[in-house]
Every structure is written in structure tokens, then in C-alpha cells.
Design a protein around this ligand. Sequence first.
Ligand code: ADP
Ligand code: MG
Length: 292
Amino acid sequence: MGSNHTTRGSIEDKYDILCLIGSGAFSKVRLVETRTSPVERYAVKIVERTSFIGKEEFLDNEIEVLKRFSRLESEAEPLSHPNIVQLFEIYEDLSKVYLVMELVTGGELFDRIVDRGYYSERDASQLLKQLFDAVNYLHQHGIVHRDLKPENLLYYSPDEDSKIMIADFGFAKMDTSSLLVTECGTLGYAAPEIIARVAYGRAVDVWSLGVIAYILLCGYPPFYDSNDAMLYTKITRGFYEFHSEYWDEISESAKNLVSNLLCVNVNERYTCQQALDHPWISGNEAISRNIH
Ligand code: ADP
Ligand code: MG
């Protein structure tokens, strides 16, 4: 563990730990306030070490990646992107690790999709543009996120037109070997080459963004089966459809982009840069489509 960057003392010396603002499979996230005036508010991700017994590498990877976006790594100018949450401090005690992060207050993309049903093409395009831009930045710096899904994408503020932020680097990895073979992530969003346990790299993030793009446009996932073995087969073969009831009114341009993201062949799948250059993202194709 990167204990050399851990702040000395207890987190409670500096912060009041307040209400729970989120939780995931591996952690609880709470609001914290400094005991200064003016008060500063942050989010602290509290990770129980016991959840990582035998899997310490995941916590180490998360901290290694987050540290590159913080001033804790003093040698270099930190990485920084407007759509990626920043880490400020790390505390540790015997049972827990505390990651003090930038607080974002707009809630999970997941909840907005549930509330809205689906997004207009214009809104989906604007959202995906930010995500491809941020993930492209990660990839350019040798980082693969590996767990992009609507629970890990957070709106910066409650405003309807708030920017989106990428959080949860719990599965992220420095892509130094360019071949990563650990199985991880959530099945419904996982790329075929992940679940087939073959070596995989940054293209997995593009696949996940393809799943998210599909969901934003129609309100339901491209791959679904109550039976995991069937779901596995559907994903590895790339069996999904644009069901006419939901997709007929969606532009060909949008469907073309989704098809190039949900492409089983990693060599033919778009890169983030290709997605950014696609007319549905970069041009006006989606702008006028504010109904669906
Ligand atoms: P896990 O690795 O356990 O999934 P996450 O990092 O995804 O943990 O955090 C769990 C939840 O906490 C997120 O889905 C989100 O709702 C909330 N959360 C995480 N980071 C922040 C943050 N910086 N600001 C506000 N809420 C956050
Ligand atoms: Mg999460």
C-alpha cells in the first residue's frame, strides 16, 4: 500500500465525518467537513481492508491511479481533467483506508436515467462527448478504468445541464503491459474479451461506453438475461438488436456509433478518439434531435 503518501494522524483530527452519500460493493462514501472557517466539504471513500483480503492489488491500483490525479505525488504535475474526480488526501488505520476526494453533488447517472427513462439524442451526445473525452485522456496516460457504468458516473451538481464526472477507480489499472488479464467489473457492462478471460486492454472501456450509449438512447440495456450463462453467450457473440419499437425514431448516425462501440472484434472496435471524431458526437447530427 502507498503508505508513504498517507497523511499522519487520524482523519478525525481534521474532518467531521458526516452522513452517508453513497455506497458500492467495496466501500461506503461519506460527506466530511473540515473544522476550519470557511468550512470545506469533501467526500471520503472508506474502504474496509477485510473486503480486500487476497485482493489487495485492487486497492493498490485504485490508489496508484488516483494519486496521479492528486498533489500527493509531489514529483510531477498531477494529471487533471474536468470530468475526473480529484483525490486530496489518504488516511489509513488498522482496519480502514480513507480516500478524501472532491465532493460532487449531482448524484449518479444511474438515478437520472431511472428518473428520465431515456435521453434525447442531443443530451446523450453531449454526455457521451464528455465521457469519451475523459476516457481518452485516461487512455493517453496509460490508465484503463475497467468499471465504467452509470453507478460510477456522477453529476457534478444537481443542475440539469451539469457536467458528468468519472469516479470509482477501484478496478482501474495502469496499462503498462497493455495486456491485463484479471477478471473484473460488472457482467452487464463487461466486454466480451473480459468475460472470455482473454487478455484485454483499453478497448474494454469503449465497450462499456457503448453499453451506456445504448441505454441512454432507449432506456434499457443491450445485453440482458436473468441467466448469467445466457448473458455471457449474448455478450461474447455481440448479440444485441435495435428493436424497432424503441429504435426506429433514433437516427442512423446514433445507431452507427453504437454499432462501432459494441463491436466484438477488438481490432475493429472504435477507439475513444474515433468516437470523438464521429459526426454524432462531434457534429450537429444529434443537436437538432431534442425529442428522442
Ligand atoms: P465502490 O468501489 O464501492 O463501488 P464508489 O467509488 O463507486 O465505490 O463509490 C460508491 C458510491 O458513492 C458511488 O456510486 C457514488 O454514489 C458515491 N460517490 C463516490 N464518490 C463520490 C464523490 N466524490 N462525491 C460524491 N459521491 C460519491
Ligand atoms: Mg462503484
